[in-house]
Design a protein around this ligand. Structure first.
Ligand code: DC
Length: 213
């Protein structure tokens, strides 16, 4: 069974998808981590301003594996390096390259094969798993998502960005993510829409689980 969950940055998709997967005993797949790992390699090689063909070949050279729920890139555990404000912004740009999306989607199909999964991202409900048994679109007001991200950054030790910078970056990422030629963030016609602005994580999980049951 496939449960697909999409929504904008900072909406709580990861926390919620993880809880749902745990409760159901399903495999949890965070598709954003693949785009982040590829972008990490591009930045590490100082190649972000190289032509698109170079970015694509760097992506295809990535050996990405998930071991114990952690992303390994070319044999190294890079999980701890994937959630920085710089990567947030750069990943949004890199993930707009169609051939890189093809690479990631093939990888996702290979990894998930015939598993029961909860897959989260931007195009899980539309492009990657259009036939998913259950589809959800989580949303929240940008100001509220910025507040959540600010608190998360503080916890993770990236407290340098002000709330205003975070909000501006979120708005920029929303714009990039919604206007991509391939895999743009949009609400699938058959997705259950949940506005999480004034709900706790537990309340959102309850709503999701009540639909599945
Ligand atoms: O979910 P996230 O914030 O970790 O995702 C990082 C970036 O990757 C985000 O800007 C959107 C992009 N992304 C995407 O284009 N398609 C997906 N399925 C998942 C993420």
């Amino acid at each position: 069974m496939i449960i697909a969950i999409d929504g904008p940055a900072g909406v709580g998709k990861s926390s919620i998808s993880k809880i749902i997967a745990d409760k159901l005993g399903f495999y949890y797949l965070n598709s954003g981590e693949f785009y982040r790992a590829i972008t990490y390699k591009i930045l590490k090689l100082n190649s972000k301003d190289e032509p698109i063909d170079t970015l694509i070949s760097i992506a295809y050279s990535c050996d990405i594996k998930i071991i114990n729920n952690r992303i390994h890139l070319d044999g190294e555990d890079v999980q701890n390096f994937l959630h920085t404000p710089v990567l947030d912004l750069e990943t949004s740009k890199i993930s707009s390259i169609g051939k890189i999306r093809d690479f990631v989607n093939d990888l996702i199909y290979k990894i998930t094969d015939s598993l029961n999964i909860v897959a989260e991202g931007r195009d899980m409900t539309t492009v990657v798993f259009p036939n998913a048994e259950y589809k959800f679109y989580l949303d929240a007001e940008p100001e509220i998502r910025a507040k959540r991200r600010y608190a998360q950054n503080n916890l993770a030790g990236y407290a340098n960005d002000s709330m205003k910078t975070i909000l501006n970056n979120l708005i920029l990422r929303d714009k990039n993510d919604k206007n991509k030629k391939d895999g743009a963030l949009k609400i699938a016609e058959d997705a259950v829409y949940i506005d999480t602005s004034y709900l706790t994580i537990d309340e959102v999980c309850e709503k999701v689980l009540s639909v599945i049951k």
